[in-house]
Design a protein around this ligand. Sequence first.
Ligand SMILES: NC(=O)c1ccc[n+]([C@@H]2O[C@H](COP(=O)([O-])OP(=O)(O)OC[C@H]3O[C@@H](n4cnc5c(N)ncnc54)[C@H](O)[C@@H]3O)[C@@H](O)[C@H]2O)c1
Length: 249
Amino acid sequence: MEFTGQTAIVTGVARGFGRAIVRRLARGGARVVAGDINLPGAEETAALVKSDGGEATAFRLDVASAESVQAMVDLALSTYGNRVDILVNNAGIWKLTPTEDTSEEEWDRIVNVNLKGPFLTCRAVVPIMKRQGRGHIVNIASIAARNGGTMAGIHYVASKGGVLALTKKLGKDLGKYGIVVNGINPGTGQTEMTADWPRTTLEGIIKGTPLGRLVEPEDIADAVAFLASDAARFISGETIEVNGGLLCD
Ligand SMILES: NC(=O)c1ccc[n+]([C@@H]2O[C@H](COP(=O)([O-])OP(=O)(O)OC[C@H]3O[C@@H](n4cnc5c(N)ncnc54)[C@H](O)[C@@H]3O)[C@@H](O)[C@H]2O)c1
């Protein structure tokens, strides 16, 4: 299995893409620390991993808090062999508020989770990956960072644009330490995040998608597994589109 003996940290794991990512990495042999603000959901994900025959530990994480992030990384080190091989920044929150109605509090919360969160996790794991001389970081951004968003507010779109830039910056800076940093822009997914979108909007997206459906969590999980593996050893600072051909250039 491609991740045997490796330790992974994944954020935003209680459902959706994150749950599928944890299960995929664990199926590949990784031991996973699975962090989410929704602890019962994270525990459910860890239980699914165990029923798959894998290894995962749930952690109550607020990715916007440096203390919480550090505690998660400390748990990974103490539980799974004093190393972190893979970090997947997946936790994200979304709102569709018109710009003129967006409060500073709402802006701060979304940017803090979606953009400051990946900064905090990377800041915490980079010294460990440097000591190891290897590591893979995968950041989940969004198609909204490329097309301005179909159903997303200004805070969400700007935060995901920031994730693209953060991925480039880290890819440039960390290659010399053997650390590979890439991202994924999912198209619109079949997850709870989009569950109350109007049916007509979702149908319009499916119609415009050459491969004819929404993104499934397993599509993202398989792309993460590729970018987190040695198969992606000479790709860095890139963000790949996983959207069925809806947006390509
Ligand atoms: N679903 C889509 O259409 C879509 C499209 C493009 C990008 N994305 C991105 O993919 C990622 C996952 O999306 P999803 O659809 O699975 O979302 P989701 O809402 O189903 O899951 C997000 C998870 O993040 C967790 N979370 C929220 N705030 C957190 C915090 N402060 N600390 C830790 N965990 C927190 C939630 O509890 C939840 O389990 C997000 O970053 C999202 O922006 C989703």
